[in-house]
Design a protein around this ligand. Sequence first.
Ligand code: G3I
Length: 321
Amino acid sequence: VKDLRDLARKHGIRIGSAVDVAALRAEADYRHVLNREFTHLTAENAMKWESVEPERGVYTWDDADAVVANARRNGQQVRGHTLIWHNQLPGWLTSGVEDGSIGPAELRKILREHVQTQVRRYKGKIRAWDVVNEAVDDDGNMRQTIWLQHLGPGYIADAFRWARAADPRAKLYLNDYNVEWNQGKIDRYLSIIQELQAQRVPIDGMGFQGHLGIQYDYPGDWANVMRRFAALGLEIAVTEMDVRMVLPVTPEKLATQAEYYSRALTDCLSVKACREFTVWGYTDRHSWVPGWFDGEGAACILDENLRPKPAYQALLATARR
Ligand code: G3I
């Protein structure tokens, strides 16, 4: 096993990375390593609603298209991220809902058009869609979003049905963080999924984002949690793996980080239904972590200069076992 593509081949899984489109365009070394190492891509921001429809009815697909085109050229598959979320919504939508100029009936129509338009555009080119992202809060309740508040809980079933009709072959996922260990979230998702299945709603997979930090215990029960979802007949994917740390970087922290990545891959490989392992950015040069967690960073498997960190070597070593 000499690189991540090799790992993917040996174990019959997809190894993915989130893609920063600005870097993809501007940095040849970033592009080179991305395409050398990864078999699967997720647009980090480019397929989110605010990116694709910044003004009502005005679609800007260039960045999203760039990810799909890169994948096509390099034999990579694509995860579509994300159709429905409460963040990174376009301003016209949130302000319209807030000031009442967009009422519930119109909101539902807007959502349907959004799902249909985006899924149809990439029909046959997206292996799996994160249809609804982060629908549950950390207390295990349905997250209070404009979707829940104005459309009711049925928005999830609607969205999956619309997506299925628009591209019958794309795998349709729920996706969230902390489902690796948060009992409330786990139980809520299991019941949402069972309810969807009882209503014959087409749902294919559960995405575990996998945003971890070495200052917290590794979620030791993760493989069992994956199995509980797999037992419902779902595919499993690790969709946004990263392992942050409190800076400065030390050799000890890098070793712990390596162990977390290795355990996560081991957990995925131990569950037959887990066939995608995607990192949320592969280099510390482009990572969301420093911008979001004060004093934290270095969450990726390659450093700022695209040199492999112990975490990268640990993934290869895990794959050799
Ligand atoms: O587009 C503007 C750009 O014009 C401006 O120059 C720049 C200056 O800060 O900001 C740019 O927007 C930023 C955008 O990333 C693109 O870089 C936003 O401020 C920033 O908030 C946004 O952060 C993204 C975050 O989602 C927003 O919620 C992160 O890159 C992205 O990694 C992160 O990804 C999420 C997943 O979608 C869902 N799961 C959690 C994960 C991490 O938060």
